[in-house]
Design a protein around this ligand. Sequence first.
Ligand code: IW7
Ligand code: ZN
Length: 260
Amino acid sequence: GHSWGYGKDDGPSAWHTHYPAAKGSRQSPIDIIPDEARRDSSLRPIFLGYDRCTSLNIANNGHSVVVEFDDSDDRSVIQGGPLEHPYRLKQFHFHWGGKGCEGSEHTVAGVGYASELHLVHWNGYKYKTFEEASTAPDGLAVLGIFLELGDDHRWLPMITDALYMVKFKGSAIDFKGFNPKCLLPSSLHYWTYLGSLTTPPLHESVIWIVLKEPIVVSDKQLGMFRMLQFNSEEENQRTRMENNFRPPQPLKDRIVRSSN
Ligand SMILES: CCCCCNS(=O)(=O)c1cc(S(N)(=O)=O)ccc1C(=O)O
Ligand SMILES: [Zn+2]
């Protein structure tokens, strides 16, 4: 598809030109207003079955840094919560800001966090491939986790120590044996709503599950992400990878539900 980015000319305000879904009725991210979220006792707890997960590689795709998993069976899934079936873990990636600026995609009562981690899962129960699921209204489930600045995160260095090897767009290295359970906060209380991918093609196929409790990382650790580049090694235009987040979109005719 058409090239897009986070710059002045190719950024979120221009995406609608080539990706009409940008002006759709269930776009993400959104500003979550806790007081307006509907407590729903029918929502079950989230269950993360990551113990048999198989990470494959870590890569720079020109938009973020992505860790991909073997999703050829139900070895690592998210289930429960608002989900009717188990959804398979496919990849996780991050969104972040510039030095001292906000960088999360979702905001809470108008306040952003320094960064946001997205664990992307797809409905392998109903759909044969990720691509097919990625365009279905119940095809994807993305778990969003906020990152706030404070002390060093004990396990984030497993990711940040690998970043220098994927500095440029199109670079990837083996990344086996990483279990994202180490990046979870202690509470799995969440907000959930029907939304979309937050990057082109912006498909309206995501059941969002955003955890209320952030994890804590240090400014130094988050700063390591900013050594990444949007450009490939061949391009002479060197652009630091930062501010790779889409701002909140209109809620329109949606409600956000809250787990107890
Ligand atoms: C086949 C078209 C699907 C493209 C979306 N792929 S994805 O892994 O779900 C994804 C989700 C998201 S997000 N922020 O979770 O909506 C961001 C990037 C990507 C990506 O393509 O790397
Ligand atoms: Zn994302």
